[in-house]
Design a protein around this ligand. Structure first.
Ligand code: FES
Length: 420
């Protein structure tokens, strides 16, 4: 069920949106392509992951710079502007830097031959550099800090985390789930095989069992030296200091890109993001979609392709080792492959998600490099225990499983925690 219809202002244009969807979804639905420009060469930048982890969607919202459009909810009257561009993100005169210095620009030696020219260059660069401009209004107060004591803290509200929380909460343990997304559900909201309804039901089941779920709340660090260990969590209205007897890391994996020429073009988007738009927001992001995939993601790519075709898109799938490059400047227009050119208006990259194991590493958990992914997964035993006492892990953060298997793994590990 979508929220009520609201109007938001995007680059001085009024756009109709829904109250509980992300500003990124409203931008995509409105046809916005370029959101901002890269810091140095002013190349077009836009969404990639739609889950808050790539920084491709930084915009100015309500006079505050560098906010992620994919993690900000649409509210009536919200003002959204692109940044790092003049006069606009779509038409940026500063993008000339990319043409003038097409072989690269070493700013350390820029105009150092003449002291006068160097002073001039420094003045210009200081005006142009930086990410966004200062906020319109200075922050008036520090956020409230709240202590939160609990039996079990689950970090990550995807399929594994919600199922684990369900199990421990049912066993009578006080349980909190920390999730950084607008709504819990994680990869369930990105996969046509699962879907929004299953995400909502899994979330409801966990809360009905007694688990508290903190949405839009990011675990920003674990500090082992503080009273046996504290997890710092940034929520929209306060900071939490969470103390728990047991911890479960269910942080899943990051949407990753694949290595091919011009993979940073706008319009090259994580397959999971394309799935999120389709499954969670009902938005078909392209009419002709090229899915670039690796062998281990064939099942996920097949499910996405089937969902896109059912929604009316034309889909072409190509293996990564056949891709030669992507065309299009402000938005993708074609993919060159060893078998010829494929015209498209969206490229979906189906890469293996990289385990989000940083927080567990701060807690001392052993990790191991997964060479197929290029990230570090948490090492667990048969029960789901990590190398740190009272710390457990489940789901994709221990190696990619996919939504259904992650949910089963979360339920299994949650039951083990409850029995411990
Ligand atoms: S951080 Fe918003 S699209 Fe990646």
């Amino acid at each position: 069920m979508r929220g009520e219809a609201v109007e938001v202002r995007i680059a001085d244009t009024s756009v109709r949106a829904f109250a509980d969807e992300s500003i990124a979804a409203a931008l995509v639905a409105s046809g916005a392509h370029v959101l901002s420009r890269s810091l140095k060469y002013h190349r077009p930048r836009t969404f990639f992951c739609l889950e808050g982890h790539c920084s491709g969607c930084l915009v100015r919202i309500g006079g505050v710079p560098n906010l992620r459009a994919c993690q900000a909810p649409c509210l009536a009257g919200t003002e959204v502007m692109g940044q790092n561009a003049f006069p606009s993100a779509e038409v940026d005169l500063l993008g000339a830097v990319d043409f003038v210095f097409s072989r690269g620009l070493d700013h350390h030696t820029l105009m150092t031959g003449s002291s006068m020219l160097n002073r001039l260059a420094n003045k210009v660069v200081r005006q142009l550099s930086g990410l966004g401009k200062l906020p319109d209004v200075a922050a008036s107060q520090h956020p409230e800090v709240q202590r939160y004591d609990v039996d079990v803290c689950v970090i990550g509200g995807g399929p594994a985390g919600l199922e684990a929380a369900n199990q421990v909460a049912r066993a009578g343990r006080s349980t909190v789930v920390v999730d950084d997304q607008l709504r819990p559900g994680g990869s369930l909201r990105t996969d046509p095989r699962a879907g929004r309804a299953l995400a909502e039901a899994t979330w409801r089941a966990a809360t009905s069992a007694g688990a508290a779920v903190l949405s839009r709340s990011t675990a920003i660090g674990f500090f082992p030296e503080d009273d046996g260990g504290v997890l710092a969590v940034a929520a929209p209205d306060r900071l939490y200091r969470i103390y728990a007897k047991q911890w479960i890391w269910a942080t899943g994996g990051y949407a990753a890109n694949l290595p091919f020429p011009d993979n940073d073009r706008p319009g090259v988007i994580a397959a999971r993001a394309v799935g999120r738009l389709l499954v969670d927001h009902g938005i078909l992001a392209g009419d002709r979609v090229c899915v670039i995939e690796v062998p281990r993601m064939v099942d996920a790519a097949s499910a996405l392709a089937a969902g896109l075709v059912e929604a009316g898109a034309e889909v072409h799938r190509v293996a990564l080792d056949r891709v030669e490059g992507v065309r299009g400047r402000s938005w993708t227009s074609a993919v060159d492959t060893a078998d010829g050119k494929y015209d498209c208006d969206l490229v979906a990259v189906a890469a293996i998600p990289a385990p989000a194991s940083e927080g567990a590493r701060q807690q001392g958990c052993q990790v191991v490099l997964d060479p197929t992914v290029g990230g570090f997964k948490i090492v667990v035993d048969d029960l789901g225990r990590t190398s740190t006492p009272n710390v457990w892990a489940c789901g994709d953060v221990c190696g990619y499983l996919g939504p259904a298997a992650s949910a089963a793994d979360g339920a299994r590990v949650g039951a083990n925690v409850a029995a411990s």
